[in-house]
Design a protein around this ligand. Structure first.
Ligand code: UD1
Length: 420
């Protein structure tokens, strides 16, 4: 198993370009199931989660060719409508094949994803939405078995703005009869990107980015197509990780390849803590800002503070002046990085879904272990500023969602090595 050896603390400098967003790429890959003609995608990141999704799609019969970061996906001959447990259990986002399969073929059998390290993560909102559209759904031996003659549009109101449920229902609506209106839809930039991809293929979608999304359905005989490649948006979570690294290192760097509005809540929170930025058309320049002050934050659906930046933010808060409080409102078990950060000298107390962080002057290197994707990023950030050499184990968690993180940090002057 690979590990990372990180020595700190060092200043960072230069610029880094983030990859395309994992959370935009995965639903777009699932959406290619909707189309009869080949779909061209550009700048698809080499991530383990992307690899898992491609494997799942190949198991359904899709033909995928890859030329570096460009993909051609041909879903003209889908031969299998069963998403197997062996693939779904490794990645929850696999459940996103349900909506498009049901919409195009009227049938899908998808393994229930089950829990994951950060919480139970049920899919009830996905299923209730699809039932509202006329699907009959049964759970049998750990599988979701969904069937319909043809899905029907209408109003689907989500009980919570779930990102995955919004995406599944948007894709299901493509061949539903009439108009589908999703109320209380998630507003994340990755939802906007999925809508932009569907629009790029010719599908009429309106309102993505607001809590009311409208999709005009048609029959599966309709030939949606595009001969131009679609490029997913830049990864705002990866961008936030580098921005926070620069602030922890009291350094100035440029983080490019993403749209700054997608990180407004993070940038505004950091500004209140004393960070200085220059917003650029395609990223952010982090200016030398000195030691930041603690803050009180709570995670929330977009445009609130993203849960996917909570762990990295905690690493920063550990080195801030004064105390901070984080309330995690999206996932019930997303503090597994806390015991590991404490091993590096962080002062953190947990109480329910709140974490109290007392800022310290410096951190000390330690052997630590990754537990989930963003928790791993938090450990890398802390290790980059800890005195001495830290060994970070189980970096396969990191490889699910960060493309060449250590290579990019090395390019900024960090001392970080992967050991096979
Ligand atoms: C997506 C992101 C993930 C991010 C999360 C919240 C992808 C591939 N993953 O995950 O990185 O952390 O959004 O921004 O895009 N819930 C239910 N029932 C459901 C669906 C969700 O109770 O049917 C709950 C979940 O357990 C969780 C919360 O709602 O507590 C948010 O989940 P959701 O927005 O669906 O996140 P994901 O799409 O799984």
């Amino acid at each position: 198993m690979d590990k990372l050896i990180v020595s700190g603390p060092h200043k960072l400098s230069g610029s880094v370009k983030v990859s395309s967003a994992k959370n935009a790429t995965l639903p777009i890959l699932a959406a290619t199931l909707l189309f009869d003609s080949p779909v061209l995608l550009a700048d698809i990141p080499k991530l383990n989660d992307v690899q898992t999704m491609l494997k799942l799609m190949e198991s359904l019969g899709l033909k995928i060719t890859r030329d570096q970061k460009n993909l051609t996906i041909d879903a003209s001959d889908v031969s299998n409508l069963v998403a197997d447990y062996a693939l779904v259990k490794t990645m929850r986002a696999s459940v996103l094949v349900l909506g498009p399969m049901l919409s195009r073929y009227g049938k899908a059998k998808v393994s229930l994803p089950g829990g994951c390290a950060i919480g139970a993560r049920p899919v009830d909102i996905h299923l209730t939405g699809l039932e509202k559209m006329g699907a009959s759904i049964q759970i049998d031996k750990g599988y979701i078995i969904a069937e319909c003659k043809r899905l029907k549009g209408g109003e689907v109101t989500l009980s919570f703005p779930s990102v995955g449920a919004t995406e599944n229902i948007m894709m299901a609506a493509v061949y539903a009869e009439g108009e589908t209106i999703i109320e209380n839809a998630a507003r994340e930039p990755e939802i906007v990107d999925l809508a932009n991809f569907l629009i790029h293929m010719g599908v009429p979608v309106e309102g993505a980015g607001t809590s009311r999304i409208k999709i005009i359905g048609t029959t599966p005989q309709k030939k949606y197509a595009s001969n131009k490649p679609y490029r997913p948006i830049g990864d705002r979570i990866e961008a936030a990780t580098f921005i926070i690294a620069a602030l922890m290192a009291k350094s100035s760097i440029k983080v490019l390849g993403f749209e700054p509005w997608t990180l407004d809540s993070v940038l505004e929170t950091l500004e209140k803590m004393g960070a200085k930025f220059k917003r650029l058309p395609d990223g952010v320049e982090v200016l030398e800002s000195g030691r930041l002050k603690g803050a009180v934050i709570e995670t929330a659906p977009f445009p609130g503070f993203p849960t996917d930046v909570q762990a990295q933010m905690m690493s920063l808060m550990c080195l801030c002046e004064g105390n901070s409080v984080i309330t995690e409102q999206i996932f019930e078990n997303r503090y597994m990085h806390v015991p590991e950060l404490i091993r590096m000298g962080c002062q953190i107390t947990l109480k329910g879904n709140a974490a109290m962080v007392e800022g310290v002057e410096s951190l000390s290197a330690a052997p630590v272990m990754c537990t989930d994707l963003r928790a791993s990023a938090a450990l890398v950030l802390a290790a980059l500023q800890a005195q001495g050499e830290s060994e970070i184990q189980r970096v396969y968690h990191l490889d699910r969602g960060y493309e060449d993180l250590e290579g990019k940090f090395k390019g900024l002057g960090a001392k970080i090595e992967r050991v096979k």
